[in-house]
Design a protein around this ligand. Structure first.
Ligand code: GDP
Length: 318
């Protein structure tokens, strides 16, 4: 799950809200605030959505939320996406999405229903608030139409796939977060289950290159597919051997500085910190390739060059 949108619409706050509410409910379990990515296990989503009685059978093990804002900042200085740019990116890549219509608590006269499903929260609102809400939603659906996209409120959307769902949320008081999580899980299950089925092909992107006290230059990567092992020979603009594979501890232990969980091997999807020699020349936005015994180094180098050109041209444009 990537979250896109204009600056200040509340992407960071929404993610904070998902993390905090789950943690507050004593379900800190395995939630890991990773490196530009947050790992949310299915148990936590089940807990957070139980009031919806959707009886969601969770076939995906987790959601990995990637903070694209920090990713893009790393890639290209101050690059910020606007809503329209975000929509175009999603469309270009044929990516399905849902729209979180955030800051619903800003409606004049909104009655806070902390962390409640939005369906339940709406029923508590006065007629005026409900009318104003309907009016705003109609306006937004029209604006999407002008961009050539069909959208509909999530509970009226009978045509998922062709029509994108809008889910109202508040990142401050938590209304709508249950529906948002449920929609994301349903969407992931419907559209991605085959892609998520384990495949050995490595798909791994560098998010950030960072110097960490005691570890030297490290890279934070997101592993979308496949398995990485300690000792794997990796190639990007760099060529080195993985010394260690690390993730931070679950949320509650995050404050302990410098504490990481070490892995001999780690399976997708995960945000991972890698330590190795010669990482100074790694570049955010490029892919990492693992060299196998039968691989043609020249072919891999060509892929690396192709990636570099792509990243550079994106930076030039922004
Ligand atoms: P980002 O740039 O999209 O990541 O936006 P932020 O998460 O940093 O939020 C921008 C501002 O909007 C901050 O001052 C937040 O406190 C505020 N904000 C975010 N979500 C909500 C919300 O649901 N309701 C209200 N009232 N304020 C919000």
């Amino acid at each position: 799950m990537l979250h896109y949108g204009h600056v200040d619409i509340g992407k960071t706050k929404l993610l904070d809200c998902i993390r905090r509410t789950i943690v507050q409910e004593g379900e800190a379990g395995g939630i890991t605030q990773q490196i530009g990515a947050t790992y949310i296990p299915a148990e936590n989503i089940r807990e957070r959505t139980k009031e919806l009685k959707a009886d969601a059978k969770l076939d995906v093990p987790s959601l990995l939320v990637i903070d694209t804002q920090s990713f893009r900042r790393n890639l290209a200085g101050n690059f910020r996406t606007t809503t329209i740019e975000s929509i175009n990116l999603l469309r270009m890549r044929n990516t399905e999405f849902i729209v979180a219509l955030n800051k619903v608590d800003r409606l004049y006269g909104w009655k806070t229903c902390r962390n409640a499903p939005i369906g339940k929260a709406m029923k508590q609102q006065s007629k005026d608030v409900q009318l104003e809400f309907d009016h705003r939603v109609t306006q937004i659906i029209t604006q999407f139409k002008e961009q050539g996209l069909n959208t509909e409120l999530y509970n009226k959307n009978k045509d998922r796939g062709e029509t994108y769902s809008i889910v109202p949320t508040s990142a401050i008081s938590g209304e709508g977060i249950p529906e948002m999580l449920l929609l994301l899980i349903q969407w992931a299950q419907k559209t991605m289950i085959e892609k998520l089925t384990y495949s050995s092909e490595i798909q791994c992107t560098v998010l950030e290159v960072k110097v960490i006290e005691g570890l030297g230059t490290t890279i934070d990567v997101v592993l979308v597919n496949g398995v990485l092992h300690e000792g794997d020979e990796i190639v990007g603009p760099i060529h080195t051997t993985i010394r260690s594979l690390l993730t931070p501890h679950p949320m509650k232990e995050l404050r302990v500085k410098g504490q990481y969980i070490h892995y001999k091997e780690i399976k997708a999807a995960q945000g991972i910190k890698i330590t190795a020699q010669n990482l100074e020349h790694a570049v955010a936005g490029t892919s990492l390739y693992v060299v196998g015994p039968d691989d043609d180094m020249e072919e891999i180098k060509e892929s690396v060059m192709y990636d570099m050109r792509n990243v550079m041209s994106r930076i030039d444009k922004s």
